[in-house]
Design a protein around this ligand. Structure first.
Ligand code: NAI
Length: 427
């Protein structure tokens, strides 16, 4: 096993940390009917007995309920973070207490420690991987290819991870099957849209104590996350400006009533900038040159490369923490540009970040848990490569959720089902 210490060996007062971690998990679990239902089935059936699950995810209370669900299903689980700033150490410590779970996740690790923790997870020789951003899959393929033969499959949580996996698959380099959990409706239409929208805006407001009303909010990227952010910002009485590189998405934003313009122009009028592109260098020196004094810059995309902070650091004559989680860069002409959460996922990496609302993550993680079950039970059905989540499985999660919410919906009649499946009926 790895030399890298679990969180238990890294926190000072482990008992207090565990208690607080369990308290957070209890609250989350109470609002996660999907995982609760799956966990009850899994405890009875023990579907993951003999499996070793390696995970690299944002280790906070909701993820912890997923980790626990997989462990209670009989798996041995090793987990670490997928971002150096998103771990809650108390939750990590609570997880590490479970006899089937080893948690290496710790907040504020440097790059070296971050990758050592990934290696520590891999040292458990996982048979299943669950990633948010593809770091585990990449490390296994690059450094531990001998493990691939015994890996049943994997699941990927986010857009950026799925992009990377599809690129790897297109190169013929992906050597085991992975579910694109991100792309399934029960995840993407709720987590990316509502989750990112609500939690990014909430975290920016909490970190700055500033209002949205009356501000010009520039949303870079009008994909699933950008749509959520734009809608919720407009709902808080901000004027929304969208920047895009994809013509249909730019048009969609225009038809929703937002101003659409290049970042070069938006830079001059924005009060708050929020990147949601999954791309790099979306806001750069040319844009910093044009921005007003006091603007807020934040990122909700997976990696911290959407706002070019190297360029901003070079341009700045001084820097200071204006508030916790707000780094002020002062430029030569006196303008101050404020970067939140070091340009990392603002909803997960700012000082009081809680990530997405619990209900939303219940759906995403319900899909994750069902995908792990599918991979274990029907592994022979999946070749190496990226796979869509089976529709039946996605619907199963929706049905559990509707049932828990007490929402009834209609069934097709036999005639309707027959009509929808036929081509003979015309005018
Ligand atoms: P998406 O692919 O639906 O949307 C991205 C959009 O950005 C596309 O419309 C694309 O055309 C646009 N874009 C790309 N380069 C651009 C540029 N230079 N300027 C303006 N627009 C540009 O992806 P989705 O699902 O919205 O995810 C976006 C990012 O957010 C990914 O990195 C994903 O992993 C991450 N994510 C973050 C979450 C969070 O909790 N903060 C939750 C879910 C996803």
């Amino acid at each position: 096993m790895a030399d890298y210490p679990t969180i238990t060996e890294q926190v000072e007062d482990v008992q207090t940390a565990r208690e607080e971690g369990h308290r957070k998990m209890d609250w989350a679990r109470e609002h996660m009917p999907i995982l609760t239902a799956l966990q009850a089935d899994f405890e009875a059936d023990q579907p993951f007995e003999g499996q070793r699950i390696g995970m690299a995810m944002h280790v906070e209370a909701k993820t912890a309920v997923l980790v626990e669900t997989l462990a209670e299903a009989g798996a041995e689980v090793a987990v670490t973070g997928c971002n150096p700033l998103s771990t809650h150490d108390d939750v990590s410590a609570a997880l590490d207490e479970h006899p089937n779970i080893s948690s290496y996740a710790k907040r504020e690790v440097d790059d070296e420690e971050y990758y050592e923790a990934i290696e520590a997870v891999i040292s458990h020789e996982p048979t299943i991987t669950v990633d948010d951003g593809m770091d585990l899959v990449a490390a296994i393929h690059e450094d531990y290819p001998e493990l691939i033969d015994t890996i049943v499959g994997g699941c990927e949580e986010t857009t950026t991870g799925v992009h990377r996996l599809r690129a790897m698959d297109a190169d013929g380099a992906l050597e085991y099957p992975v579910f694109a959990v991100n792309d399934t409706p029960m995840k993407r239409l709720f987590d990316n849209v509502h989750g990112t929208g609500e939690s990014s805006l909430a975290n920016i407001a909490m970190t700055t104590n500033l209002s949205w009303a009356g501000k010009n909010v520039v949303v870079a990227g009008y994909g699933y996350c950008g749509k959520g952010v734009a809608k919720k910002a407009a709902g808080q009485n901000a004027s929304v400006v969208v920047t895009e590189v994809e013509p249909r998405r730019a048009l969609e934003a225009h038809m929703e009533g937002y101003d659409v313009m290049p970042m070069d122009e938006a830079a001059e009028i924005g009060d708050v900038f929020l990147t949601t592109t999954g791309n790099r260098d979306v806001i750069t020196a040319d844009h910093f040159e044009k921005m007003n004094d006091g603007v807020l810059l934040a990122n909700a995309g997976h990696f911290d490369i959407e706002i070019n902070l190297d360029q901003l650091s070079e341009m700045a004559v001084s820097q200071r923490d204006a508030r916790e989680g707000v780094r002020e860069y002062k430029l030569e002409d006196g303008r101050r540009l404020n970067v939140l959460a070091e340009g990392r996922l603002v909803n997960l990496a700012s000082p009081i970040a809680l990530g997405h609302p619990v209900e939303v993550m219940d759906q995403s993680f319900g899909v994750q848990a069902a995908c792990v079950r599918e991979m274990v039970e029907n592994s022979e059905a999946y070749d190496a490569g990226v796979h869509d989540v089976p529709d039946e499985l996605d619907k199963e999660i929706a049905e559990i959720k509707l049932d828990a919410e007490g929402i009834a919906y209609d069934d097709l009649t036999d005639e309707q089902a027959e009509y929808m499946g036929s081509w003979q009926h015309g005018t």
